[in-house]
Design a protein around this ligand. Structure first.
Ligand code: ADP
Ligand code: MG
Length: 949
């Protein structure tokens, strides 16, 4: 009662949340006896019952209490874990589409089962998004039995495989136990699907590159819970997902065409429109090229890749002239600005034209790399009808989560804190050595729980002195056999420290977030007596550290050492080994508890408070004792970049000695301020990236939607017919304006030849007596007749397929070129003189113009191809795996550095100029921060700026 009174006075928003959710928890608890009494069969029957009620019009919200009661009961029977009350609350927060901040070790994996079960009842699939493949797999194997008992299917997506959870399936690799390999699509068909943000995102992009609907794997974006949500939606969100593909042997193809095309003759082999810079092969020209290239049909699907080279070579040879449109200097093709005559150094024609000109001029052909598909994580996750997240540290990024994703953060107390709030545990507070010590006692059995002790930072004058002290501290803890987790900000530091410890003969383990599975095995044992574990901040994230060690892992290790094959180990032998290691771990736990639990030692403060909190959160799990302390030096990046001078002055004044640390509020405050500043700065960068992507996103949505229509529509002929009519009508209009004597019927005929196969006897003379309307009608009739003829030749089935292929090819090719063009536009926009114009506005305007052009070009391409292209049996599906994702490209170890939120060289500059950071403020920033070094570009490809035609 007092608590309620108090909260009314204080009005803590999270307290309010607890009050709001408490009655539901009470209802769930009240149902427990009833659900306990159900047989497994009856419990499973609940799922059918809920489905029936949903169908009868009940709402999902109305089912929360019973559904959660069912999941809790299923969990008790399968995993032996009973959802704590505060975990039920977490489940409700997730169901409401919010972020639940729950401390590390509070059991978020289990919490997610509640809303995932509930929301999957709607039959559209739910996704649980994790940070790496190992965790996706682990969570599936761990939580799978709960869903199975309730009759749900669970899938997991891995980088190059997919599985369904199936307890009957015995894998021959013990790490894949109970995972039945299936196709990706099947894993997505499951009620619940686990996977990483990268796999989900890239599958989405790849699904929009398929040539047949049957190749699509996903089925919509119903509900997703993002685990470690701050990392995925904030840190990772700085790098968009990109699938790019290099043109294969670009060099050879460009050169080959550059050799062949000059042999073609104007008006015989090709016709050209100098003004619009359009060149088209005639039937004769096509035949010649086919002969020279040794292909049957230049326009058949397997030669799709060739035609752009032919087109570009033609244009390069015929309508682009040296010393007029471009010059050649020092082995480079440099564009001449049409209006000013100035040389546009660094700019390139897009869409392979520049390469074709390079080949024509015999200079080195620069490698072409195309963006095949791209999306930011922000825009990927915003597609979900409902999105939720969970993590130990979200509150500091609440604003960003709200503004970008519409996600509100609810901070939940730990289970121990909650029980204390409810009056189940008695809280005691005291100050010891300037640190607040909080313990919780259970009055029934005197059991004690602790709140982690966070010691104030120790500040050293130099980095060297700091690391000396760190090593000393580790040595001491190791001698006591107290486990210690040492956090570093990047891999090089871990390695340096490792070397220092090695010289001292202190055994230790180093984790780099490189091999998630292997590192998970190590980190589960980081709570063993005497363990010293060095880790960057992402290493082993999501893996539980148990004091005294993990019995299962230990048993496995033991058996493996004895040469026992873990996949075939007899049940009794396993049980025996497990019992034995359990005993060992229990004893070890007692010992570690006495020593004060796991100590976390941070060797440097990170840019974001959140990351520091994550590190601290590794200790003091579920009321275990534990402590943390950061070591800081005046030479650390953060200190050098922000307020270092002031602090240094202060230090000098205080007469600071090399090896004597100080603890001082001023410095702690300076660090806090610096972190807040960096956090805001990084938020700006991400917002900026998103503002640009939003423009592309709208276009992407429409194009993908149309693409989907192309794939799903039975018969595309009506659409294509309309397009042909429009194209013909506009051609006629274009060439018949003004008085009849001004009409250019010759040109009309030439243009028509680029669309339809006209007979050689076809001459414009026949139009002389006609009105434009009559010409148009005649052409439409002709077009219709030729179409009919083609359809008769091919057969309707093939014609339908051909229509689909032609449309897809046009949309894809031009969309991809468009994406690359947009990229270039974005890079270039800051460099242009726009006066007072906002670069983003300029980008929006031009991007829109390009989009309008794109739509017109797509139509023109479709109409231009449909009469010419023919079908070859069994067209090869596009080899998508050849395309690379930017994540694969850097699947190599990721330094913790990039996990934090620093500006990448190739990121847009945070100052808003629209230029890349490296071309803008990077130099200035580096000069201001001598300790800062450059980081790897987050985007894997580096391209030169190109000019849009
Ligand atoms: P988090 O993701 O929140 O850091 P995990 O899901 O990894 O936490 O769980 C941490 C540990 O807590 C696991 O060892 C798990 O078995 C344990 N745990 C979680 N919930 C419960 C529960 N209700 N009862 C008992 N143990 C639990
Ligand atoms: Mg977790």
């Amino acid at each position: 009662m007092f608590r309620n009174l108090l909260s009314k006075v204080i009005g803590d928003p999270n307290e309010r949340e607890l009050n709001r959710l408490r009655p539901l928890v009470e209802q769930i608890n009240a149902l427990e006896p009833e659900f306990e009494a159900l047989s497994d069969e009856e419990l499973r029957g609940k799922t059918a019952e809920f489905l029936g009620r949903l169908q009868a019009g009940e709402s999902l919200d109305g089912l929360v209490v019973e559904a959660f009661a069912a999941v809790r009961e299923a969990s008790k029977r399968t995993t032996a874990m009973r959802h704590f009350d505060v975990q039920l609350m977490g489940g409700m927060v997730l169901h409401e589409g919010k972020v639940a901040e729950m401390r590390t070790g509070e059991g978020k994996t289990l919490v997610a089962t509640l809303p995932l079960y509930l929301n999957s009842l709607e039959g559209q699939g739910c996704h649980l998004v994790t940070v790496n493949d190992y965790l996706a797999k682990r969570d599936t194997q761990w939580m799978g039995p709960i869903y199975r008992l309730l009759g749900l299917s669970v899938g997991v997506i891995q980088h190059e495989s997919a599985f369904l959870f199936d307890p009957e399936y015995l894998a021959d690799d013990e790490r894949y136990q109970y995972l039945r390999p299936v196709g990706r699509r099947q894993a997505y068909q499951a009620d619940v699907t686990y996977g990483t943000n990268h796999e989900f995102g890239f599958d989405y992009l790849r699904d929009n590159m398929v040539v047949d609907l049957s190749q699509q794997v996903q089925r919509g974006f119903h509900y997703a819970i993002v685990d470690e949500v701050d990392y995925i939606l904030i840190d990772e969100a700085r790098t968009p997902l990109i699938i790019s593909g290099p043109a294969e042997e670009p060099d050879a193809n460009y050169r080959r065409m550059a050799d062949l095309v000059p042999r073609l003759r104007r008006e015989v082999d090709y016709v050209m429109d100098e003004k619009d810079r359009v060149v088209t092969l005639t039937e004769d020209g096509i035949e010649k090229m086919e002969r020279w290239l040794g292909v049957d049909n230049l326009y058949s699907p397997e030669n799709f890749a060739l035609t752009p080279y032919v087109d570009n070579a033609l244009r390069a040879q015929t309508v682009f002239h040296r010393d007029r449109n471009y010059i050649v200097k020092d082995g480079q093709v440099i564009i001449v600005d049409e209006f000013t005559g100035r040389l546009m150094h660094g700019r390139r024609y897009s869409e392979g034209l520049h390469q074709a000109i390079e080949a024509k001029e015999g200079v080195e052909v620069q490698r072409e790399n195309l963006t095949l598909a791209t999306i930011t994580l922000q825009n990927y996750f915003r597609m979900y009808e409902k999105l939720a997240g969970m993590t130990g540290t979200a509150a500091t990024e609440g604003e960003e989560l709200h503004k970008i994703y519409g996600l509100d953060v609810v901070v939940l107390p730990t289970n121990v804190e909650y029980r204390a709030l409810e009056g189940e545990l008695i809280t005691q507070k005291e100050r010891r050595d300037g640190v607040e010590v909080v313990t919780y006692q259970n009055p029934d059995n005197n059991e004690l729980y602790y709140k982690r002790l966070d010691y104030p930072d120790l500040i050293y004058k130099s980095e060297e002195a700091k690391f000396r002290a760190v090593v000393r501290e580790i040595e001491e803890l190791h001698e006591q056999e107290r486990p210690v987790l040492v956090g570093t900000v990047f891999i090089e530091r871990s390695e340096m420290l490792s070397e220092m410890l090695r010289r001292k003969g202190i055994p230790h383990q180093v984790l780099n977030a490189k091999y998630h599975e292997k590192e998970a095995v190590i980190i589960t044992q980081a709570g063993r007596p005497g363990a010293v574990t060095i880790a960057t901040n992402m290493a082993g994230r999501g893996v539980d550290i148990k004091l005294g060690g993990d019995a299962e892992g230990l048993a496995r290790e033991d058996l493996r050492r004895q040469g026992v094959d873990l996949t075939t180990v007899p049940r009794e032998q396993w049980a025996e080994a497990l019992a034995q290691s359990k005993k060992i771990c229990e004893q070890a736990r007692e010992k570690v508890l006495e020593l004060g639990g796991l100590h976390v030692l941070g060797t440097e403060r990170h840019e974001a408070r959140r990351i520091d909190n994550q590190l601290r959160g590794r200790s003091g799990r579920q009321g275990d004792p534990g402590s943390s302390r950061f070591y800081v030096s005046l030479e650390d990046d953060l200190m050098l970049r922000f307020g270092g001078e002031r602090v240094k002055g202060f230090m000098e004044w205080a007469g600071m000695e090399e090896d004597v640390p100080i603890e001082h509020d001023l410095i702690t405050k300076t660090i806090g301020n610096a972190q807040t500043k960096v956090e805001g700065h990084n938020f700006d960068i991400r917002k900026h990236l998103l503002e640009y992507d939003d423009v592309v996103n709208k276009q992407r949505e429409i194009i993908y939607q149309q693409r989907h229509q192309v794939l799903s529509e039975e018969n595309l002929r009506p659409i294509i017919s309309d397009m042909i009519h429009e194209e013909l009508a506009s051609l006629v209009t274009m060439h018949t304006t003004g008085y009849a004597e001004d009409w250019d019927l010759e040109a009309l005929q030439a243009s028509l030849r680029t669309i339809m196969p006209l007979s050689p006897t076809f001459t414009p003379a026949r139009w002389e007596k006609l009105s434009p309307q009559e010409i148009e009608e005649q052409l439409l009739a002709l077009a219709e007749r030729l179409y009919e003829e083609k359809e008769r030749q091919l057969g309707s089935g093939d014609m339908r397929q051909l229509e689909r292929l032609v449309m897809l090819r046009s949309v894809d090719n031009l969309w991809i070129r468009h994406l690359t063009g947009l990229d270039d536009l974005r890079e270039g926009i800051g460099l242009r003189a726009y006066g007072q114009q906002d670069p983003l506005q300029a980008f929006k305007k031009e991007a829109h113009e390009m989009y309008v052009d794109l739509l017109a070009a797509i139509q023109r391409a479709i109409v231009g191809d449909i009469y010419r292209v023919s079908l070859v049996r069994e067209p090869q599906p596009r080899p998508m795996r050849e395309a690379r994702t930017n994540v694969e490209a850097q699947r190599a170890p990721q330094p913790a550095r990039t996990a934090g939120a620093r500006v990448g060289r190739n990121d847009p500059c945070p100052c808003g100029s629209g230029k890349k950071y490296k071309h803008c403020c990077m130099r200035k920033d580096l000069a201001a921060a001598p300790g800062a070094s450059e980081e790897k570009a987050p985007r894997s490809r580096s391209r030169r700026r190109r000019k849009r035609r």
